[in-house]
Design a protein around this ligand. Structure first.
Ligand code: GLY
Length: 395
């Protein structure tokens, strides 16, 4: 098992005494999410939001992006919270769209099949028994494993499969492999699980550094399959820690443990989470890269904060009271979520508005910088649902 440095948490005392969110705080925040989702249902109808807002309004697109599952996930969360059939009806029409997308292989030549299909179709199956959702998600799992490189033991993130310059994987994929574990459980076919656990192992070995921060992407040698080098695409520098990448690890590790029950990886989780918590600014919401702090004039990434909260809340179920950090992580999750509620939610609920402000999609390309994004909205609401009730993940 990969060994990483585990920093001690600087704000441990503060997080230990952070009061949990009250039921009233949680309900008020969830009601705010649902109010925005209702507005956006009328606005998107059967189409989808673009990944990030432009001037704080989502452009409307077809089901072609890697992010479309987050919108359907928001509909499912809203249905679970309110039991209002209108959310379920639209979510099921979205499932038809996801079925069509995978049946006709529309814009699926990348690894983000888990983001797309866990939240739209696995959820449909879990919540309503939708056979179409189940079939679509199984087809998506089949598509995902076509990106498996036997020699390097990883799922290729982007680009044509036979392209040498694309022979790499990325930390984000930790969140795509739960779809494969699920597919194994449903189909009884262990091939999916085998690939998921090998990919997870390769990621832990190479994309996570010795100091427990993460590279965004990692190249393997296409000739030998041996590890080559780490590099970034969305982080500030190759050797910095892109905040969302770190958060994908903080959430991806417990989701893997949920399926494998392999508690060996807890130290990796502790290392990554402690690294993240030690680099938060005063209001607890990370800058878009963890290299920045309060003295830097840089945008926050509220979506990374929401993802990390979901990871800490997921891990909370897996840690026993013997883990001295359990209480600290719980308090940290509450402190971050409270800051999101109080300082980062959008007070202007118009059609096409985001729920959460101040995210960064891609700083280098100038996409969605200091804007809302649909995964930030989704993970914020998921985090609240996790505080509201014993929530069964769609992942
Ligand atoms: N998975 C792509 C991103 O986090 O921007």
């Amino acid at each position: 098992m990969k060994k990483v440095n585990i920093e001690s948490i600087k704000l441990a005392q503060q997080f230990c005494v952070t009061p949990p969110l009250s039921e009233a705080e949680i309900k008020k925040a969830l009601d705010g999410c649902v109010a925005q989702v209702r507005k956006n249902m009328a606005y998107f109808q059967e189409r989808f939001p673009y990944s990030a807002t432009k001037d704080l309004k989502y452009p409307i697109i077809d089901n072609i992006e890697w992010t479309d599952g987050f919108w359907t996930g928001l509909l499912w969360l809203s249905y679970e919270y309110t039991k209002d059939e209108a959310f379920k009806e639209l979510a099921l029409r979205n499932v038809d769209s996801f079925y069509h997308r995978v049946e006709h292989q529309i814009e699926l030549d990348h690894h983000d099949l888990g983001f797309l299909y866990s939240l739209s179709c696995v959820s449909a199956y879990r919540l309503t028994g939708s056979e179409k959702g189940k079939q679509a998600a199984l087809m998506a799992a089949d598509k995902l494993i076509t990106r498996w490189h036997e020699k390097g033991e990883f799922l290729q993130a982007w680009g044509p499969f036979d392209s040498k310059e694309h022979y790499r994987f990325i930390i984000d994929c930790m969140m795509n492999i739960p779809l494969l574990y699920w597919a194994s459980e449903i189909s009884g076919d262990m091939r999916y699980r085998d690939i998921a656990s090998k990919h997870f192992h390769t990621s832990c070995q190479y994309v996570i550094r010795e100091d427990a921060s993460a590279f965004h992407t990692f190249y393997m040698d296409p000739e030998t399959g041996a590890p080559d080098h780490g590099a970034t695409r969305q982080g500030y520098r190759d050797d910095s820690a892109w905040a969302r990448g770190q958060a994908w690890g903080i959430y991806g590790i417990p989701l893997n443990i949920r399926y494998t029950k392999d508690m060996e990886n807890i130290d990796l989780y502790r290392g990554m989470t402690n690294y993240f918590l030690n680099r938060l600014p005063k209001d607890h919401i990370c800058f878009w890269d963890l290299i920045f702090n309060d003295q830097d004039d840089q945008p926050r990434d509220s979506s990374a904060a929401a993802i990390a909260v979901c990871g800490m809340l997921e891990m909370d179920h897996l840690l026993t009271d013997a883990c001295e950090e359990k209480k600290i992580y719980k308090g940290a999750a509450q402190a971050i979520l409270r800051s999101l509620i109080q300082n980062y939610t959008n007070p202007h609920k118009e059609e096409g508005s985001p729920i959460l402000l101040h995210g960064v999609y891609s700083w280098h390309s100038g996409k969605g910088v200091d804007e809302g994004n649909i995964w930030g909205d989704y993970f914020y609401m998921e985090a609240l649902m996790r505080c509201f009730k014993q929530w069964e993940p769609y992942w």
